[in-house]
Write a protein that binds this ligand. Structure first.
Ligand SMILES: Nc1ncnc2c1ncn2[C@@H]1O[C@H](COP(=O)(O)OP(=O)(O)O)[C@@H](O)[C@H]1O
Ligand SMILES: [Mg+2]
Length: 261
């Protein structure tokens, strides 16, 4: 079966999209119509991603990429359709329930770090929703063990961190809740190139070694597709092209439209 599709001509259907995942589908979006207020942004949108797979959404500004993450997390109006995790419907859970009971974390960025709180306090903020703070302490400790960059500055205010370290803190803070799905919106935005690679290395470690399922939006289409197992090209609230990340990198339409080729 071909993993490439004509832009807008032959949009991939649910079966095509399903074929990009393994049997073990972790998160499913079925025929979703969602938006803000009465305005529909996503039209009959489907998505399938397996456990420990990564899926990247690319596409022009305003296509609805962030709206997909918002819909999974519970920030949009869902008019119809379903979102499931491990086959269990979660469409109408609140963000807090999604974080706490089904393990979906939305990684905030851009000034979401509290500059006057210490690195450690910022990490613990990630567990604010947990009943057992003891568990949050343990998770924060694990994270500090793992990332020397944060460990060295655990008692310093977060404002002393570099841009890359700050992004690392934003990602790690979400990990305190031990999520199984990470929703990451434009992890490379505003970062110097050397930090962009660091952020993708961290995400790669979380996917491979910690078996996190990752759904990310990335305006740097090349980086995003190089990183991801699966890529969807979103145009006007619908998936126009989908394929394995490395196949999309070789796709002429994707190259022309998004890779500056
Ligand atoms: N909070 C919001 N309220 C109303 N409209 C919004 C909101 N966020 C985004 N939109 C609109 O939804 C559409 C899709 O936006 P978005 O998902 O942010 O696109 P992308 O992430 O692909 O650039 C745009 O037309 C945008 O103006
Ligand atoms: Mg966006």
């Amino acid at each position: 079966m071909s993993s490439q599709y004509e832009v807008l001509g032959k949009a991939p259907g649910p079966e095509d999209l399903k074929n990009l995942s393994s049997e073990d589908i972790h998160l499913t979006i079925k025929n979703l119509n969602a938006g803000y207020g009465k305005m529909e942004i996503l039209h009959n949108f489907d998505l399938f991603v397996s456990k420990a797979q990564s899926l990247c959404l690319i596409g022009p500004n305003g296509a609805g990429k962030s709206t997909i993450l918002h819909s999974i997390y519970g920030f949009t109006n869902i008019f119809s359709g379903k979102i499931e995790i491990d086959g269990k419907e979660i469409t109408n859970l609140t963000p807090a329930e999604k974080l706490k009971s089904v393990g979906i974390a939305y990684i905030l960025q851009d000034n979401s770090v509290f500059p006057d709180m210490t690195v450690e306090e910022n990490l613990l903020m990630g567990g604010f929703i947990k009943d057992k703070t003891e568990e949050s302490y343990q998770e924060a400790e694990k994270i500090l063990d793992k990332y020397e960059r944060l460990r060295n500055r655990r008692n310093q205010p977060a404002k002393v961190l570099s841009g890359g370290e700050r992004r690392l803190l934003e990602i790690s803070r979400a990990l305190v809740m031990k999520p199984s799905v990470l929703l990451v919106d434009e992890p490379s935005i505003g970062l110097e190139p050397r930090y962009i690679d660091m952020v993708f290395e961290i995400l790669g470690d979380l996917q491979k070694n910690e078996k996190k399922t990752i759904i990310l939006v990335e305006q740097n289409a090349k980086k995003g597709l190089e990183f991801s197992d699966i890529g969807y090209v979103l145009v006007s609230g619908q998936t126009a092209i989908a394929g394995r990340g490395d196949d999309l990198l070789k796709n002429d339409d994707v190259g022309r439209l998004f890779l500056g080729g």
